[in-house]
Ligand binder design. Structure first.
Ligand SMILES: [Zn+2]
Length: 433
């Protein structure tokens, strides 16, 4: 296995161990701790020093890691990479147990973000997220991560014999068609509070201590390298855990230069970012201002720092699909494994402009990493990402980039082994400026 495949394998393990945004955050934290980063609580006064490595966590689903540069923040600014911890899928509703004809137990769910619904059928699925437990202080419940691990559920397709038009495209109703089957009901099967019981058993805690939960379905099939030369990565959540992974290793492997390096992993991008831990919140600008204040800088210094900063908004891009080439812009069709992709849109759904594009291309050129460009067809509307949303909160020059992938928002996406390594190299180089 070459070093690119090794790094892709490392990504696969990272994603397999991150079945929810809470788990992803914990895994980022664990790697930061291993690399000598110290935790800062948002509630405490921060005391920072040059070349110090720190991180802070919000809502247990967003994390900001940073390393203070050798220079002065007002002159050398922040070098930022932003990505998101969440992925589209299904969230379990409260009181989820539903009994069918007294024979089956299924769970009530709602859709989180924009998954390709039909990719979730007929897969072994499990449940992961967080639970809150009672403590002596009602304002501070204790939080635990939970991952059931076993594939305890699945969303079965309706047979083609009862669904004759299924291959012509069928509307999927998210309230009636996608509820996952969990079990037969027979004998003294405990169908009431089934889920709470399951969590209590898994975590070895008392049912009465559980106050609430926030749980998601996830596919239990492990990721793999595929393709004739094992050049592709097949796994869910490449959007956007692959960017978190590349940014994280860029941060911990890069030697800090004059600028202060920051990796921000927001949550809730897939549902519009308008949460306290999302890109539309003051979270990042508050953290940056607190870094400045803790380095004994004043407000003027902080604003100068922002003007001397650069942000890479890292989220995946679309690769040319071999079966649907007509869906793409006629002259800009990113290919998997041919390089990180700069995303552009005249309507500024991406933050990229001539200046920021030139900066990133310059970085890639200096280390022989090829760069591609993505633009939507002029008659099609594309997606957006955290870049423009952050820009509405923070006065920082920004670019939107990502790697070209296929099957974005499927339960299993497809990306390039070489691209993942190359984008990591570009992030590391960016952090070393
Ligand atoms: Zn994304």
């Amino acid at each position: 296995m070459n070093k690119e495949q090794d790094f892709a394998k490392n990504l696969i393990d990272f994603i397999d161990e991150s079945p929810s945004s809470f788990h992803a955050t914990k895994n980022v934290e664990d790697i930061l701790i291993k690399k000598g980063f110290k935790k800062l609580n948002l509630q405490d006064r921060w005391d920072l020093e040059k070349e110090g490595k720190y991180y802070t966590i919000k809502n247990n689903s967003a994390i900001v890691g940073f390393e203070i540069g050798k220079g002065e923040i007002e002159k050398d600014g922040f070098n930022l990479i932003g990505a998101h911890t969440d992925s589209p899928g299904f969230k379990i509703k409260p009181n989820p147990e539903m009994v069918v004809e007294n024979k089956y137990l299924k769970l009530n769910t709602e859709v989180y973000g924009g998954p390709i619904l039909n990719t979730w059928f007929d897969r072994p699925l499990s449940i992961a997220g967080r639970v809150s437990l009672k403590t002596d202080n009602p304002l501070e419940p204790k939080e635990l991560l939970v991952d059931i691990e076993d594939p305890i559920t699945t969303i079965p397709n309706l047979a083609i014999h009862m669904n004759r038009k299924v291959n012509e495209g069928i509307k999927i109703n998210p309230q009636s068609d996608t509820l996952p089957l969990v079990s037969n009901i027979n004998g003294n099967f405990e169908k009431n509070n089934f889920l709470i019981n399951l969590i209590a058993e898994k975590l070895d805690i008392k049912i009465d201590d559980i106050l609430d939960f926030e749980l998601f379905l996830y596919g239990t099939e492990k990721g793999s390298l595929i393709g004739l030369n094992k050049e592709f990565i097949s796994i869910g959540k490449l959007d956007n855990l692959a960017m978190i992974h590349a940014g994280l290793y860029g941060l911990v492997d890069g030697k800090v230069g004059m600028a202060t390096n920051v990796l921000v992993c927001f949550d809730n991008e897939e549902v519009g970012s308008r949460t306290k831990q999302g890109a539309a919140s003051p979270m990042l600008r508050t953290v940056l201002e607190r870094i400045s204040l803790a380095m004994d800088k004043d407000k003027e210094d902080y604003y100068r720092a922002l003007s001397n900063s650069f942000m890479i908004s890292a989220d995946q891009a679309h690769a040319l699909h071999p079966n649907n080439t007509e869906k793409y812009d006629p002259t800009n069709k990113p290919i998997m494994n041919e390089g990180p992709t700069i995303k552009l849109a005249a309507n500024q759904a991406y933050t990229t402009d001539n200046f920021s594009s030139a900066v990133y291309e310059g970085i890639c050129k200096s280390i022989d990493v090829p760069v591609q460009k993505f633009v939507n067809r002029s008659d099609a509307q594309g997606g957006s990402t955290i870049g423009p949303i952050s820009s509405s909160q923070l006065d920082i020059v920004s670019i939107d980039i990502g790697n070209p992938i296929l099957a974005m928002h499927s339960i299993r996406e497809l990306g390039g082994v070489l691209d993942h390594y190359n984008i990591y190299k570009s992030f590391k180089e960016f952090y070393e400026i």
